[in-house]
Design a protein around this ligand. Structure first.
Ligand code: SF4
Length: 266
């Protein structure tokens, strides 16, 4: 069994869980307007033109987006950073795209990493059949779980799918005692709004059973824009500006009464 991966990166998270290696997996069933990894959406290898500029000169080359790895190859790449991860209390995160779109590979790789003593995290939209999510639960220490919007129609408009399955999967994870960090994309015109943040506080409060370990506010930023140009994709967020720090501080204040640590970014 091989998995299709578009990037493997090492991050140092100073105010969080140490040095983490993140494996970005290809394929996603959602189509979020603000996606900053559009190269991860398609579950296929793609060749794209890469343009590098040095001074006034342009250099064009073909770049392959997506490479296949076996679980053993992932483990051996990660082993190289074991010492850093062990000393910092870090681990391995599977992100994407949507890692649950390649469930057999994901389950096998997570099991291999757990057997080798690594802390494992799955960063998911939650949009997957329940049995798929259940299959990775025993080998996943922590879920990073996106709540893109609590209203099903708003969710459908901006992601292409309803949120019903996502919310019922979140409830299942929490009722099974799995640790979850809730991630909130803060998007102007969608969720960057004080009234919505108050509704969201109620949504989280009704589920707060001690297993929601942190809330991450993920402000919309423009760093993905250049990828849309590079991959020749339509950028539906062209006219949208970034969220100010002041507004993020206001949203943190609104969520504070939950008694859960709220962090900008994550
Ligand atoms: S769920 Fe994540 S990877 Fe998938 S389209 Fe949305 S932002 Fe992009």
């Amino acid at each position: 069994m091989k998995g299709l991966i578009f990037s493997i990166k090492k991050y140092a998270i100073h105010d969080g869980p140490g040095i983490r290696v993140t494996v970005f997996m290809k394929g996603c069933p959602l189509d979020c307007w603000w996606c900053h990894n559009p190269e991860g959406k398609e579950l296929a290898v793609r060749m794209v033109e890469r343009i590098d500029r040095v001074g006034d000169k342009e250099f064009r080359s073909q770049e392959q987006v997506g490479h296949e790895y076996t679980p053993e190859e992932i483990l051996s790449k990660i082993e190289a950073d074991r010492v850093f991860m062990e000393h910092s209390g870090g681990g391995v995160t599977f992100s994407g795209g949507e890692p649950l779109m390649q469930p057999v590979f994901l389950r096998e790789t997570l099991a291999l990493l757990k057997d080798s003593g690594f802390h494992t995290t799955v960063d998911t939209s939650g949009y997957a059949r329940r049995e798929i999510l259940q299959s990775v639960m025993p080998v996943t220490d922590l879920f990073l779980y996106d709540i893109k919007h609590t209203d099903p129609e708003v969710h459908r408009k901006f992601t292409g799918v309803s949120n019903e399955l996502i919310i019922s999967n979140l409830d299942m994870l929490l009722s099974e005692g799995k640790d979850v960090m809730i991630r909130i994309p803060v998007i102007p015109g969608v969720s960057a709004d004080a009234v919505y943040m108050e509704q969201l506080r109620g949504f989280i409060e009704s589920r707060n059973n001690g297993h929601i370990k942190e809330i991450n506010l993920l402000p919309y930023h423009k760093t993905g824009s250049s990828k849309y140009r590079r991959f020749g994709l339509d950028d539906r967020m062209l006219s949208v500006s970034q969220v100010s720090n002041g507004h993020l501080d206001d949203y943190i204040e609104i969520l504070k009464p939950l008694g859960i640590h709220v962090k900008k970014g994550g």
